[in-house]
Design a binder for this molecule. Structure first.
Ligand SMILES: NC(=O)c1ccc[n+]([C@@H]2O[C@H](COP(=O)([O-])OP(=O)(O)OC[C@H]3O[C@@H](n4cnc5c(N)ncnc54)[C@H](O)[C@@H]3O)[C@@H](O)[C@H]2O)c1
Length: 388
């Protein structure tokens, strides 16, 4: 029982907020008390559902004395300004991934957080998924020795979900590297432990109608000769959820009979404005909030090779393929798929016990994303300088 939930405000009542909302409603670590949103329909829906203060701007939200922490769920390019305003007002922060688009903006956020002495958690990110956290605990016991290699793959329909124009422009933070690789990089960095020092990568930009990266393969080199291999396609063909016990990314049972739905929905769209409007239909106030999903979230199959076992993360837990026997470790039930990130924020603020995914962590994962793009452009192996 939690008697002192974090009094949380949210900036941006869009799709990211919508995906976190079922967890915010089911999990006890936070209580939604305020929001900031430019659209009156979203503010009215917030007042109706939560009765809290629905502000028009982040500046007003920053002045709200009822708010202890703010979940920044505005578009990537606004994270820096919003983080600086809120940190200066002493609000703790949960900043949705990626922390920022430019490295300079990420550094400005790190500085603002450290200057203000507030806590920042970068998330929700799939590195908070229960099987990932449970695997990290198993690794920490030392039972299977050092993690030597991680292989992570994910095939989704990401590029064909309705998008704002900037989400289809790499220069503006669009494409799968900024929005999806950042999840995989977070997962892999958490599981590998230690520090990544270089990246070699290739990217795919295969559909002129969606002219940004839709796929990548990246090799991350870690200390001690350890390495991780990341593969991703968002081209809406193969769906790797079939390898995850039929459980979707958000922990929901996946209905495979809807195959092709993302491309079919886009086929009727004839302009970027229509597409952005279609995206708005999936945001808060425009559609029902689903119940919290029954399973943990995941970001595709992940294989972890240790000295004495391979571990595989599934939709329900962890398969362990040891030297002489196989086991399955199921993950315990939690109140909601995003409980770990909300608990992380709570522990950081109430007990000063922050999860690894702080501002410097968010910047380090962003650096890997930039290195993937740079390596793909130059055919070079890119050295990393901001790993934490
Ligand atoms: N972790 C996840 O599962 C997940 C999923 C989707 C999106 N996201 C993240 O959420 C962020 C937003 O992306 P999205 O897909 O929700 O976009 P979106 O367009 O659906 O939502 C953004 C919202 O911000 C609002 N907004 C714009 N300017 C604002 C301002 N100045 N003040 C307050 N609100 C403002 C918009 O009205 C909109 O409702 C991105 O950083 C994205 O990476 C995370």
């Amino acid at each position: 029982m939690i008697s002192d939930p974090i009094r949380l405000g949210v900036a941006g009542l869009g799709r990211g907020f919508m995906l976190t909302l079922p967890s915010l409603l089911a999990d006890p670590h936070t209580k939604l008390v305020a929001s900031a949103a430019p659209r009156e329909e979203s503010r009215q829906a917030f007042r109706n559902q939560f009765g809290g203060n629905a502000h028009t701007t982040v500046e007003e939200l920053a002045k709200d004395p009822d708010v202890e922490a703010v979940y920044i769920a505005t578009p990537h390019q606004m994270h820096r300004d919003h983080a600086e305003i809120l940190a200066a007002a002493g609000k703790h922060l949960l900043v949705d991934k990626p922390l920022a688009i430019d490295m300079a903006d990420a550094t400005a956020i790190v500085d603002a957080v450290e200057r203000a002495g507030i806590r920042l958690v970068t998330g929700p990110s799939h590195s908070f998924d229960q099987p990932v956290v449970a695997a990290r605990h198993i690794i920490d016991t030392g039972r299977f020795g050092t993690v030597r290699m991680v292989h992570a793959l994910n095939y989704t329909d990401f590029l064909y979900r309705p998008r704002r124009p900037e989400e289809l422009s790499t220069a503006s933070g669009g494409g799968v590297v900024f929005s999806q690789a950042v999840h995989q990089v977070d997962v892999v960095r958490l599981l590998m432990g230690g520090t990544a020092h270089a990246v070699s990568a290739a990217t795919g930009n295969w559909d002129p109608a969606r002219p940004t990266e839709g796929a990548y393969a990246a090799l991350l080199h870690f200390d001690g000769g350890r390495f991780a291999n990341l593969v991703y396609s968002g081209y809406a063909h193969y769906d790797s959820d079939v390898l995850q016990d039929g459980i979707g990314e958000l922990g929901q049972p996946k209905d495979m009979s809807t195959y092709g739905a993302a491309r079919r929905a886009l086929a009727s769209v004839s302009s970027p404005e229509e597409e952005a409007a279609l995206k708005s239909k999936r945001t808060f106030g425009a559609t029902e909030v689903p119940a919290a999903a029954p399973h943990p979230e995941h970001f595709g199959p992940v294989f972890i090779s240790c000295d004495r076992a391979d571990l595989r993360l599934t939709g329900k837990g962890i398969e362990i393929w040891g030297d002489s026997k196989r086991e399955f470790v199921s993950v315990p039930a939690i109140p909601a798929p995003r409980t770990e990130v909300l608990k992380g924020l709570y522990d950081a603020i109430r007990f000063g016990k922050a999860p690894p995914q702080n501002a410097r962590w968010g910047r380090a994962s962003l650096e890997v994303c930039h290195a993937i793009l740079e390596s793909a452009n130059t055919n070079e192996r890119i050295l990393l300088r901001h790993q934490s």
